[in-house]
Design a protein around this ligand. Structure first.
Ligand SMILES: [Zn+2]
Length: 101
């Protein structure tokens, strides 16, 4: 199994996160898009999988204040709305590329 790890994570613009992949492609998320994809227990019900987060409650101009690596497989994002419990595995980020929806 090949691990999916970005070669670079760009976040100079706090409203965007850009992941560059080893094959030369890249994936860009706005902070709002990432926030809406959060799968933590506050945003998605752990047992039923039901969405608890209303996507409309996330402002399009949301920014992130901090971003850190979780092991070698994911990032955790601290959003300006105070939410920071979401963990985004790289494979998840690659698969949910908003440009390929
Ligand atoms: Zn969440």
């Amino acid at each position: 199994m090949t691990s999916i790890t970005p070669t670079r994570i760009g976040r100079r613009d706090p409203s965007r996160i850009v992941l560059d992949w080893a094959d030369g492609s890249s994936t860009t998320y706005t902070a709002a898009e990432l926030r809406r994809l959060c799968t933590c227990a506050h945003c998605v019900h752990e047992l039923t999988g039901k969405a608890l987060l209303d996507p409309a409650s996330v402002p399009d101009d949301l920014i992130q204040n901090d971003l850190r690596l979780v092991g070698s497989y994911a990032i955790a994002v601290q959003f300006a709305d105070g939410h920071s419990t979401g963990i985004y595995p790289f494979a998840f980020l690659r698969k949910n590329d908003p440009a390929q929806a």
